[in-house]
Write a protein that binds this ligand. Sequence first.
Ligand code: DAH
Length: 372
Amino acid sequence: MGKKGGTAVEPRPFIGRVFLSAEKKEVNMIDIEIDLQKEQQAALESLERVESPEALDTWKQAHLGKSSLVMTTFGKMGSFSKVERPQVGRAVNQVKVALENAYALKEETIRRKALLSAMASEKLDVTLPGYPVQRGRMHPVNLLMREIYRIFGDMGFQVYRSPEVETDDMNFTYLNIPPYHPARDMWDTFYTEDEGVVLRTHTSPGQIRSMRDYYPNPVRVILPGACMRYEQQDQSHEIEFMQFELLVVDKGVTFANLKGTMDDFTKRMFGPGAHTRLRPSHFPFTEPSAELDMACIFCGGVGCGVCHGTGWIELGGCGMVHPRVLKYGGYDPEVYSGFAAGVGIDRTTLLRYHIDDIRYLRNNDIRFLEQF
Ligand code: DAH
């Protein structure tokens, strides 16, 4: 701003002229600015006449394309002096932004117009037949799981969920399988890169979790879910499979309770003719331990391919909860006792539906799944 009695330079509108402060020399910028103004006006006017996407494209080429005034002015930036450059830059930028905004608006208008006219001309024919919707159905394993929940629900058990990714301690140590103990080889699994985290090899770690949750009340739970093991896959082995765990902890729980419950389960699942036996075995987390066998339902116990000629089919393991496991769960083994069992759901599914290969359960062949 000029001051009264100050320099000779009067305040003027800045647009169109640049004053070089050092030399007080005036540079005429009017021409280029006028050209840009004219270009903006002409471009906006011609844009109003644009109606089609093709015409819009042509317009863009002409006014924002490589050889448009806006772009060539940008290209010539180097030929302006240091003082002129910011002013020219600002002017050309303003025009560019104005044209780009107008272009975007027009593009949207044209798009909407095209959509409206398409909607008017392509009327929906509601009498045309629709696409058929495929009816979904339950997976056989899920069907069986529901049946298992119902059977144990009737006996007073609750379903208790526990994680499929477990700590090494839950999966092994608290089940009386200490680190480096060879018993771990029976449940070789997938170790994660996080030390001490594994994909659970059985549902048994849920015993510890549910005991800690229920303490000091009695426990009567069924723990279903996926388990993972490092296995050679074949007709009866998968690296991923479903299992359910059974756990009862209370005062005065006996081996007779275990036998009665398991026998009742097989009868409810496979019919009143089913009968079981408990075969002495070993598991680190139960004492005593047993295998639960069911008389082969295919041959009636005479011996066939399914039971490998033995007349018996192995359903799972079971036993009285080991005192050390009760302690890890928080219960005093001097006061409480309990029984546990682990049964393969996939294998039970095979038996129940007479399926001869466990791999059918996970390869998602619709021809197989459709049969349930
Ligand atoms: N967790 C064992 C396994 O997957 C099965 C098992 C055996 C579970 C005995 C039990 C049990 O609860 O008492 O091989």
